[in-house]
Write a protein that binds this ligand. Structure first.
Ligand code: FAD
Length: 328
């Protein structure tokens, strides 16, 4: 029970950003408890993934290798992770609140007869008993709950962008190759085909230009897109268009554009809020932006209270002028 174990997820053969965030958050928790941080890589013939995770300062990387673990087969992954947890008995098990984490963690918790808290936005150690204090939004985001569970391992899934991603370090982790004991009979559901989805990953953008209810016509989002394109061209920064919830409710943009408590939590270099009043549920999603620029016709709006720069102006006047200037 002297280990914090985290589940590695990958993108194009490398650990994905949520994994690097888990490594940072997990390592801090483990340090506080005086225990080791390790990671588990699940797959078949994926040696390079474990090799690259080994440069992020973890004590050990468990490489669970089996033909049944090829691709993402949830039943096989749960079986393999249960097998590993029974071998090593981790004190804490962390997974991202991702498609994979949401699929695997609840079933694993059930098999290990422990409690799981999903979608955590904060984790800390209770100094009294060493248990994890897990915070998560409840009642559709109207309140934040702080929870503590006695079961072992202490299991959670963590929302993305809660921790800073870990940087590589000079030391290498120990690689432990293991072949889990798996039988074909455990596979109840098979993934036949992975269909990649077109998603807007706002957290990858340096600049996010978001439109709110103040943007009155759907077509006016073309102005925001033109501004994003002009900024991309002139500065080379990745600029994407985001929005507040009413825009998604009107089906003008898909939910992966939504910034906020029930959307994405982001921390770009620059956040431009166009016609967004600054409701708390929106602020939660963008308040970590390094510079905030607000464009709003109401000088008393809440967004101006958190903005570094504010322009009291109709976006219909300001945005085309900005685009023109950038294009010059
Ligand atoms: C449980 C729960 C979860 C939620 N989650 C989210 C979330 O994740 N993200 C989110 O965004 N919201 C969320 N909301 C909704 C949130 O409470 C607000 O209703 C929403 O953020 C308001 O969006 P807005 O600022 O675009 O609209 P409004 O509050 O209506 O503000 C529109 C602004 O546009 C300005 N404006 C009008 N015309 C112009 C113009 N021509 N030029 C410039 N400015 C103009 C106005 O002055 C005003 O400030 C949630 C609510 C609940 C209850």
């Amino acid at each position: 029970m002297n280990e914090l174990l985290l589940l590695v997820e990958s993108k194009e053969g490398l650990p994905d950003k949520t994994t690097l965030e888990l490594i940072r958050g997990g390592s801090d928790l483990a340090k506080e408890l005086g225990i080791d941080t390790s990671a588990v890589v699940v797959g078949h013939e994926t040696p390079s993934l474990a090799e690259s995770v080994a440069s992020y300062g973890l004590k050990k990387i468990y490489r669970l290798e089996h033909p049944m673990l090829s691709g993402f087969q949830p039943d096989a992954w749960v079986g393999a992770l249960e097998w590993l947890c029974r071998q090593i008995g981790p004190r804490i098990f962390l997974a991202s609140h991702s498609f994979v984490g949401k699929e695997v963690a609840p079933r694993l918790a059930c098999r290990l007869k422990t409690e799981l808290t999903t979608d955590c936005i904060g984790l800390k150690i209770d100094p009294q008993d060493g248990l994890l204090i897990r915070t998560k939004p409840i009642y559709g985001g109207n309140a934040i709950a702080a929870l503590k569970c006695a079961g072992l391992p202490q299991m959670v899934t963590v929302r993305k962008n809660i921790f800073e991603p870990m940087e590589p370090v000079d030391t290498r982790s120990e690689l432990v190759d293991l072949v889990p004991d798996l039988d074909e009979s455990i596979i109840k559901v098979r993934s036949l085909k992975i269909v990649p989805e077109e998603v807007v990953e706002l957290d990858k953008a340096h600049v996010v230009i978001s439109g709110g209810r103040g943007v009155v016509e759907k077509e006016d989002f073309d102005m925001l897109k033109a501004l994003a394109a002009a900024l991309n061209k002139s500065s080379g920064n990745v600029t994407m268009v985001g929005c507040s919830r009413p825009v998604v409710d009107k089906c003008w943009l898909s939910s992966d554009h939504q910034v906020g408590l029930t959307g994405s939590i982001i921390a770009p270099d620059i956040y431009v809020a166009v016609g967004i009043s600054g409701a708390i549920q929106h602020l939660v999603g963008m308040i970590r932006s390094k510079k905030i620029i607000a464009i709003n016709t109401d000088p008393g709006c809440n967004m101006f209270k958190v903005a570094d720069y504010g322009v009291v102006e109709d976006y219909k006047v300001l945005i085309p002028a900005l685009v023109k200037k950038l294009e010059e």
